[in-house]
Design a protein around this ligand. Sequence first.
Ligand code: URA
Length: 264
Amino acid sequence: MESSEFHHALALLDWQIELGATEALGDVPVNCYDLPARTEKPVAQAATPAVAATNAGVASAAAPSVDAVDAARTAAEAAGTLDDLRQAMAGFDHCPLKKGARNLVFSDGQAGAPVMIVGEAPGREEDREGRPFVGAAGQLLDRMFAAIGMGRTHEAAPVYITNVLPWRPPQNRDPSPEEIAMMKPFLERHIALAKPEVLVVMGNISAHALLGKRGITRLRGTWTEAHGLPVMPMCHPAYLLRNPAAKREAWADLLDIRARVSGA
Ligand code: URA
């Protein structure tokens, strides 16, 4: 199948699932009472690419990916620059999410910025554009950092943004532990090469990936440390959109970040 046909088929499947479809029906109605009493069991078919991508989390959960983690570590360690790292990730074929994604979402903002924000995974808009945080949550993220005089294009006080995963999980499901473990060597190398002064981990998935802890509403607002850097855990902007009352605490976290970094 051509890549454009694959993405078209996947987009149609995505759309139907978003509308609530849970079952695939044929074009012709079937009267179950007319079926022969005993039908042969269908021979298991290889999954179509779209279904394989949709089930990727389940598949990867079944097959431990120790070799893939090793392969990721080797590729990540060989990257001497952020460009090398982007290329290494683009050429990494072990993660099943890559097959269902349109684009690798590597980063945005300015490399070398004092603040590096680590989100969870691309959503639909990010997958389309190949940039992190460009949907509704991303717009809120931009407003939050603009409120403390920082931003991805801000010359004096820039931020740098990436995600735990560079490919969109189907239907925006949570990334599986296997996917996170497989891509973590790339994230760690990304942090080492970007050399921020502080890390901001947005949401539970990122906090768990980088700090090994869950419970972001409890963790948020308290500086901690990972990879030799100060880390501020914050509630994800998607959570803040659903829970506007939590914005007050997020504001306090932003002020703490601003006070901690150079140029404040
Ligand atoms: N949410 C994330 O965590 N990352 C994105 O890039 C977009 C939405």
